[in-house]
Design a protein around this ligand. Structure first.
Ligand SMILES: CC(C)(COP(=O)(O)OP(=O)(O)OC[C@H]1O[C@@H](n2cnc3c(N)ncnc32)[C@H](O)[C@@H]1OP(=O)(O)O)[C@@H](O)C(=O)NCCC(=O)NCCS
Length: 187
């Protein structure tokens, strides 16, 4: 799609971000999570991007800080959550553009690894490798065997996966257990 602009979000983009999240998911849970994450100091440094078509905000992506649980060495790592494109604009490459732009910015910041828990047919198009657990990166909470491929990782550094292993912990807000189970009653 032509004339798509991607920009780093500022405080005055908050209403647009909430609007994109609510429309994309069709319920408020993700919008509430994003509002909490944007205030969470342990999520920093984060990358929050909005995609605009003319003046309309149509997509949002958020990467927040991830940590090794209980380890002293803490290379900079991130997790992608959530990614949201308004229904009218889905399947036009905007999600992909937001992911690729975000990954470049994270690499510039010095982030070494990026994780995502999501559609296993989608994220590998952008370099994520399914089955991060088999590479030595346990998710914050156990994942059912049939969803193990949905926990993915990619390296943004020249040492690849040679920079430590362990259980991943997210920032305070994203590490809450309710974000790690698929329970429709939460929505
Ligand atoms: C999933 C989502 C982020 C994808 O963004 P998008 O801009 O629509 O997707 P893109 O245009 O970048 O990519 C399109 C490709 O991804 C595939 N795709 C789109 N949504 C998918 C899904 N839910 N599962 C698997 N593949 C998907 C399309 O089939 C298409 O494949 P093709 O390139 O082989 O034709 C978007 O549809 C969305 O916001 N959905 C609702 C919220 C959501 O589920 N967010 C993700 C949470 S993990």
């Amino acid at each position: 799609m032509n004339s798509i602009k991607i920009k780093l979000t500022k405080e005055n983009d908050f209403t647009n971000i909430m609007d994109v999240e609510k429309q994309a998911f069709g319920y408020d849970k993700e919008a509430k999570l994003v509002a909490d994450l944007l205030k969470d100091k342990t999520a920093e440094p984060m990358v929050s991007l909005l995609a605009f078509h003319d003046k309309e905000a149509i997509g949002h992506i958020l990467f927040t800080r991830a940590y090794f649980y209980g380890q002293k060495e803490q290379p900079m790592m991130h997790i992608l959550a959530p990614l949201a494109i308004k229904p009218k604009y889905q399947n036009q490459g905007i999600g992909g553009l937001l992911i690729q732009t975000g990954l470049k910015l994270l690499q510039k910041k010095g982030s070494k690894l990026v994780f995502v828990l999501g559609h296993k047919e989608y994220y590998p198009k952008f370099g994520f490798i399914p089955g991060a657990e088999s590479k030595g990166y346990l998710p914050p909470y156990p994942i059912l065997e049939e969803y193990k491929d949905s926990w993915m990782v990619q390296s943004l550094n020249e040492k690849g996966f040679d920079i430590g292993k362990g259980k991943i912990m997210c920032c305070i807000e994203l590490n809450k257990p309710e974000h790690w189970r698929d329970d429709e009653s939460d929505r």
